[in-house]
Design a binder for this molecule. Sequence first.
Ligand code: COA
Length: 315
Amino acid sequence: MKLLGTGSVIPSRVVTNDDFSRFLDTSDEWIYPRTGIKSRHVISSEKLEDIAAQAAERAIADAGIAKEDLDFFICSNVVNEYLTPGLSCIIAAKLGISCPCIDINCACPGFIYAMDIAETYFSARKVRNVLIVCAEEPSRMTSWEDRSTCILFGDGAGAAVFGEGDKVKGIKLNAEPSVDKLFQYRRLMPTPYITKEESDIPLQMNGREVFKFAVTTSVRDISALLEKAGLRVEDVDYFMIHQANMRIIEGIRKGLGAPEDKFPTNIRDHGNSSSASCPILLDECHRKGLFKKGDILVFSAFGAGLLSAAAIMEW
Ligand code: COA
């Protein structure tokens, strides 16, 4: 498959590190050096499905195809206000499209997992055009009284349209299942028969373990993928790394031995927007005119699961 178009939309409300220090025992001096984050956009009056549909409209327009030409729609999302139907159906209704659609919950590497599913459909010649939308509101998963998690995340939606072609040169998925390092627990409706104890638990994270996993797995995923594709680190023009923490990105860069200018980032103003992070970064770089024909892009993302994934794509 090949990328035809991208789009993204972020909520209007900006929350700075200084805003946090008004209601939490934290500061820009603590947050910025440890994470690279200065501010993030969070959902306020918007609905996630609305910004997701707008991001999709932009990607479809950028691809230059008609909505009717979409054969399949994959939505990556961890949390939204509906338990059912899937967010893909809600976005599809807003877009006025009726191709088959599915939701995946693969946390931060969701964009690359969705690419892998799309690639399989292309290989089976079942589709000609696939829409991927990654829409996330992690600001609704953390406790805003927990300074170790809520400062890390931002909301947003990123979208991409893929068509038939041979520009995706390889995808690697990886799983190291371990629930307690990064999870949120939600109570379901009570019944007369539930006797076990249940409570809502906001996002819990073992920051240090996740940090280690992120750096090691990303370097490993990228190195394995490049080797399989017969490419070297020097052959890559841009590393599109999940924007979780600037120090994680820096650790990956050093692990690969690649120069700083090959790592575009937007974490300073976005924070970690889970699976929306990679496609938002992709869209922003594309709209700035960063990529030229033939450039080699490598994506890498990691998160809850614990899952990780990497992909190579020629522009
Ligand atoms: N402001 C001020 N102090 C804070 C703070 C904040 N926002 N968050 C945590 N602290 C405090 C802790 O309470 C702790 O204090 P204590 O020593 O008195 O107990 C101290 O800072 C150190 O906490 P620790 O969690 O060990 O810090 P850290 O150096 O590991 O940094 C993270 C924390 C979250 C920045 C870091 O672990 C990280 O980035 N991990 C990866 C997280 C991530 O990206 N997850 C998503 C991946 S998809």
